[in-house]
Design a protein around this ligand. Structure first.
Ligand SMILES: C[S@@+](CC[C@H](N)C(=O)[O-])C[C@H]1O[C@@H](n2cnc3c(N)ncnc32)[C@H](O)[C@@H]1O
Length: 390
């Protein structure tokens, strides 16, 4: 089954409230997810604890904390339209006297007391793509008492090359055309998005590689840009048409939740980075690949490239980026190359691991007034320069 939506990339602005009931139906309908969180919260929260739920959504994790005996639960949610939903559900379940809702970005919220436990589910298909690492580093430092506990506590992200039936099916219109029209010219565009779909174990072409392992809530906060390089020896003949990614969460001591291929399906399925041109591969080939992610909430950028080696020689490769899907006004599609050099110099001076892509774009737009006709153009310039630097 293919789930043809790009990986959620929530922005600082509110999501359209009309989409929220659909989105939360997917989340709440995922029984594996609910059981894992309820069980981890029951093992972690002790009667009388103060709990903070960061990114509360409908409040489900806050309600699990109440079930586990929490004395008070602070539910922090940036979507204002969810506040009455959380409050209604707290009342209906008899927990209204223990649940306090705070609305706003977690980093702007202040709490009157420190919590014993921080619960959250800010996890996208690729694990890192909903901002958990950065949001929780700040939240744990400000909301948790020393020695406080997190659910989940760790995040590991894995990637491996696959022959994906979900990607093959989704690529069909771009490959075979539609009603006599050849759509193949837009295949790179199709392959410029992060997709999600079910990957079976049989579709793996080699062993998974760990791309990232983090302790959530820990300091120092890793940079928002990460680049992971790996090589995989292919274990069977096939057609390489995607890199598949998934995650595992350390929920509580002895309790791990994994979205790996072969595990029972969840609403996350697996993340898929497609190839516009699938590669025919053989057992014994070696794939070397790089995934770069710039996890700026205002303008996330993902790039993936690689090549297959056979007998020590390259026999095909791929290079894709979500920038391919970023619309650039035609009037400014080809900036003067000298601008780019000046802009790159500005950006390399400003990068400090904390400045966001959005802030870098604002800096460029202010420094070179008039060069960038829109903020989007400045953002894509920054992203292109960072990618080139990477
Ligand atoms: C994947 S949903 C999970 C909702 C709920 N905890 C659950 O498990 O069903 C993530 C929620 O976190 C909220 N969120 C994301 N980033 C946030 C932030 N920085 N501050 C506050 N809320 C945030 C989103 O609006 C969304 O409702």
């Amino acid at each position: 089954m293919f789930f043809p939506r790009p990986i959620a990339q929530e922005k600082d602005d509110a999501i359209d409230p009309l989409i929220l009931p659909v989105m939360h139906s997917h989340l709440l309908g995922d029984r594996r997810r609910a059981e894992a969180f309820q069980s981890a919260i029951a093992r972690t929260v002790r009667p009388g604890d103060v709990v903070v739920d960061v990114g509360s959504g409908t409040g489900i994790l806050a309600l699990f904390a109440c079930q586990a005996g929490a004395a008070r639960v602070y539910a922090i949610e940036r979507q204002r339209s969810l506040v009455p939903v959380i409050e209604r559900l707290a009342r209906a379940n008899g927990y209204a006297d223990r649940l306090v809702v705070r609305t706003g970005e977690a980093c702007d919220v202040e709490l009157p007391e420190r919590a014993d436990v921080l619960v959250s589910e800010l996890i996208g298909q690729f694990g890192v793509d909903e901002g958990a690492v950065h949001i929780l580093a700040d939240a744990a430092a400000r909301f948790l008492r020393p020695g406080g506990r997190l659910v989940p506590a760790t995040l590991d992200v894995f990637v491996t090359p696959v022959e994906s039936s979900a990607v093959r099916d989704a690529a069909e219109p771009w490959t075979a055309g539609v009603l006599g029209l050849d759509l193949s010219a837009a295949r790179p565009w199709f392959a410029s998005a992060l997709h999600a779909g079910l990957v079976s174990r049989e579709e793996l072409l080699g062993q998974p590689r760990t791309m990232l392992s983090v302790t959530l809530g820990a300091s120092p906060v890793p940079p928002r840009t990460w680049i992971a390089e790996a090589e995989v020896d292919l274990e069977r003949d096939g057609t390489l048409n995607a890199l598949a990614g998934w995650f595992s969460l350390g929920m509580a001591p002895g309790l791990v939740f994994s979205t790996a291929p072969g595990e029972p399906a969840t609403h996350w399925y697996q993340a898929l980075l497609p190839l516009a041109e699938p590669l025919t591969v053989r057992s014994g080939d070696r794939l070397r690949f790089t995934i770069a992610a710039m996890l700026d909430p205002a303008a996330p950028v993902w790039s993936w490239r690689g090549h297959v080696e056979r007998g020590g020689r390259s026999c095909g490769g791929f290079e894709h980026s979500t920038l391919e899907a970023v619309a650039v006004p035609p009037s400014s599609a080809t900036p003067d190359p000298t601008w780019r050099i000046e802009a790159a110099r500005e950006i390399t001076t400003a990068i400090d691991g904390r400045t966001t892509i959005a802030a870098l774009a604002d800096h460029l737009a202010a420094k070179f007034a008039g060069r960038y006709p829109s903020r989007e153009r400045a953002l894509s310039e920054v992203a292109a320069i960072l990618e080139a630097l990477a």
